[in-house]
Design a protein around this ligand. Structure first.
Ligand SMILES: *Cc1c(COP(=O)(O)O)cnc(C)c1O
Length: 212
């Protein structure tokens, strides 16, 4: 595809669902791609937020590129101290990490913006809270003064539309229930479905960088 192609697909999916395309932000996932390529294939088209899933890979790129960076991958508590450099952490997946991030926010003197990750596909190898654990987890995380919970995030399984669509709809419903604005869902293979089902942030890597 390419970034403009992805944007067009997002707009079409939004339209099919009766949503405004402005409700959806594209986070260009830049893992595995060097700075030059990110300039050429993403930033040439505008100031898109950039997503990285590993701290070691992200830090040098952040030095080189002025952008709104999002952290989207599994985060070890010992790397929590780097999170103030990111505008949004999508992958808050444990109470222990929440407490570590809260301490970092306190040191910074400002709350860190986070999304709470939900393992909706119930895959053992995936991160995130199980849905049944979400109410209590959210209550406890929202009690932490130096975190600002802005939404929910999920990494969906590789599955057909009949499985994915209800799963994305479920994340939207949960976000509504807890009065959370952001729903981070959808990747290269399924971002259109996610937009149709209410995504406000799609995290797209391969489709942005692929050459047609
Ligand atoms: C890599 C990654 C993406 C993007 O995946 P693509 O299939 O390249 O679009 C999205 N979210 C997370 C958490 C990722 O690690």
């Amino acid at each position: 595809m390419s970034l403009p192609g992805v944007l067009e697909r997002i707009a079409q999916a939004a339209q099919r669902a009766g949503r405004s395309p402005h409700e959806v932000r594209l986070v260009a996932v830049t893992k595995g791609h060097p700075v030059e390529e990110i300039r050429e294939k993403v930033l040439a088209y505008g100031d898109f937020p950039l997503g990285e899933s590993r701290v070691q890979e992200a830090l040098p790129k952040m030095e080189a590129l002025q952008a709104e960076w999002h952290f989207i991958g599994p985060l070890q508590t010992n790397k929590a101290r780097f999170m103030p450099r990111f505008a949004l952490v999508h992958s808050l997946d444990s109470l222990r990490l929440a407490q570590a991030l809260n301490r970092v926010g306190e040191k910074e003197g400002r709350p860190l913006r986070v999304l709470v990750e939900v393992n909706l596909g119930r895959e053992p190898q995936k991160h995130g809270f199980l849905e049944e654990d979400l109410p209590e987890a959210l209550a406890r995380i929202r009690d932490l003064p130096f975190l600002r919970v802005e939404g929910l995030m999920t990494v969906a399984p590789i599955a057909p539309e009949a499985v994915l669509r209800p799963l994305f709809a479920r994340l939207s419903l949960l976000a509504d229930r807890y009065r959370l604005r952001e729903r981070s869902m959808g990747m290269s293979d399924d971002f259109e479905l996610a937009v149709e089902e209410g995504a406000t942030l799609v995290r797209v890597g391969r489709a942005v960088f692929a050459v047609d």
